[in-house]
Design a protein around this ligand. Sequence first.
Ligand SMILES: NC(=O)c1ccc[n+]([C@@H]2O[C@H](COP(=O)([O-])OP(=O)(O)OC[C@H]3O[C@@H](n4cnc5c(N)ncnc54)[C@H](O)[C@@H]3O)[C@@H](O)[C@H]2O)c1
Length: 280
Amino acid sequence: MGIKMSLPLEGRVALVTGASRGLGRTDALTLAKAGADVIVTDILIEDENLEEMTEKLGPIAQIMAQTKTVYTKSTAEQIRGLGRRSVAFRMDVTDRQQVNSVMAQVKEQFGRIDILVNNAATLDHTARLEHQNDDFWERDLRVNLTGAYNCCKAVWPYMKEQNWGRIINMASVAGTLGGYGQASYSTTKAGILGLTRTLALEGARFNITVNAIVPGIINTEAFQMSNPEMRERMIARTAFKRPGEPEDIANAIAFLVSQEANYITGVGLPVTGGIDLFTF
Ligand SMILES: NC(=O)c1ccc[n+]([C@@H]2O[C@H](COP(=O)([O-])OP(=O)(O)OC[C@H]3O[C@@H](n4cnc5c(N)ncnc54)[C@H](O)[C@@H]3O)[C@@H](O)[C@H]2O)c1
C-alpha cells in the first residue's frame, strides 16, 4: 500500500511578477515544483515588441532583450511540463489598469489567487547623489515600490474573500543597510519593508500573511552583468565568500507561502549569506 504524499502547495494558485528571468523565474519554477499552479508575468515577453519595451526600461533590459534573455512564455511552458497549470501574461506593474485586468483574468481562469510574489524591480544603475539621474529616481519608485503596492491592492479582495493569502515582497540589504550609489534603489527597498509590515497588520484578520525576503547578493543574469570589481568586493563581504543561488531565495519563499508558515507575518527574512554581519 503506497502512501499518497501531497505536495505542500498543491491546489494553490500563485502569481509572480518580473518572472522573465533571474529570481522571479526560479521562484515560479520552485513554487510549481512544490505543487502550485503558477502565473508567470513580466513587462517583457519573448517575441513581443521588445524594442519598444526596453527603450522604456533602461540599459539592462536592452541587453536582456538583445541577447534574448527573456523566458516568460517558456517558463510557463516548462511549468505545464511539470504537470501544473500555467499561463504567461504581459503585466507592467506600474500600469494599474493592466494589473487589475490580469488579476481579474487569473481569478476567472483559475478560480482563486493564493500567492503573490512581488519580485519585479529595476536594478540597473549606481551613482552618487550628485550624479543621480532624476528620471531613474522616479522610475525606481514607480516600479519597485508603487508596483508592489498596485499588485497587493489588486489581489487583496480575492485573498480577503478566500480568507487565505500569502504575499511576498522582495526587499534587499540595500534597503536595510543602505547601498553606496543606490539612493533610489535602497529607498524603494526600505519602503517595501514598511509596506510589508503595514499590510501584515491589516491582512491578519483575513488570514493573509505578508512577508519580505531580504536578499544579499544572488547569482542572477543581472548580477553577472554588474561591474566585476564591485562584484568581487561584494562577494568578499559575505561570510561564505560566494553569492547565493536563485534557489536559496525561492526555497525561502516556498516555505513562507506554505501552510506551515501560518504564524509568520510582517518579517523581512534575510537570505544574505552573512553579507550583513559585522566582520573585521
Ligand atoms: N540579484 C540580487 O543580487 C538581488 C539582491 C537583492 C534584491 N534583489 C531583488 O530581487 C528581485 C529580482 O532580482 P533579479 O536579480 O532577478 O533582477 P532582474 O533584473 O533579473 O529581474 C527583474 C525582472 O523584473 C522585470 N521588470 C522590470 N520592470 C518591470 C515592470 N515595470 N513590470 C513588470 N516587470 C518588470 C524585468 O523585466 C525582469 O524580468 C528584485 O526585486 C531585486 O531588487 C536581487
